[in-house]
Design a protein around this ligand. Sequence first.
Ligand SMILES: Cc1ncc(COP(=O)(O)O)c(C=O)c1O
Length: 359
Amino acid sequence: MDPLTLLRPDLDQLEEYVPVQPLDVLAREIGLPVERLVKLDANENLYGPIPEVVEAITHADLHIYPDPGQAALREAIAGYAGVRPEQVVGGTGADDLIDIVLRLVMPKAVVNVTPTFGMYGFLAKICGARVIDVPRLEGFAPDIPGIRKAVEAGARVVFLTSPNNPTGTSLSEAEAAAVCELPALVVIDEAYVEFSGHSLTPLLARYRNLVILRTFSKWAGLAGLRVGYSLSDPELATRMMAIKQPYNVNVAADVAARTAIAHRGVIRETVAAIVAERERMVRLIAELGWLEPVPSEANFVLFRVLGRRAKDVRDALRKQGVLVRYYDRPDLANYIRISAGRPEDTDRLLAALRNLEDA
Ligand SMILES: Cc1ncc(COP(=O)(O)O)c(C=O)c1O
């Protein structure tokens, strides 16, 4: 028999999530060695993990299953985030927590405040939910009345992001609180909060329907290990713990995350260096006169491309080994997003942009 006839028909036309390609594949395609590539397309920490993390993984008990209760991890994260361990749930990256929240609610509809991170809409569709897009207003501010209307139309989960990917813009506490007043589960994704320095966690004391997501992928340079977490009301956390895959945080990720927290002072130095480099990149690029930055609080900047096609800019940079993110969608048609890296990465980026001007 044809096994495809057994599958859910609503997934036939699922629009694929477009992830970044592995470096070796890209290098082969571009025809440059991996070490010549400047990877400014996925908001990773190009300083990489600190040596203490690598050392800790080397000595981890890799032959033993991880603790499904995540006791040590939840305690360490609680200390780091300023909450109680019962409020924390660890996951295979923040992506896993998005999925857990969705499966806990199985909403008929969710709110996506566009443009934003693609995983909310992608995972919502896999859960069978309708995705109600609420486009951002001037300056990429969230449209709070639009969100309210979508909740009134039946959405039970609202995804917000602060700072938002790809705009780099943060939510104010008043905006977040206004959404938390709505009868929906409100997920605020703070994947980039370490670069902005201001978190919405104080709202957890006021709103039991708020779930905050965080990750070690960005600030701690652990994207490849896949470890993130949620902060919420303890009862909600208990329900999330109950349905997660028991071993969703692997032993290496667990020990890496706890070591990163223990050595957060050192990692914060690279975070500060990346923020400083973001500002230098913006200053130098603005001088070119044809890339207009959106003010960012994250480790990347969205630029509006003036007088050229954004896709052509992405392609021309790619040929020179500099990878930036381009979005093939109408609301971002003339934008590219560039991650902040190390000083040498910015230098290569600027040289490639100047070459492009000369061409
Ligand atoms: C807003 C946002 N949330 C979550 C993630 C994914 O985080 P993780 O690597 O922890 O799954 C990303 C990654 O790009 C992101 O931009």
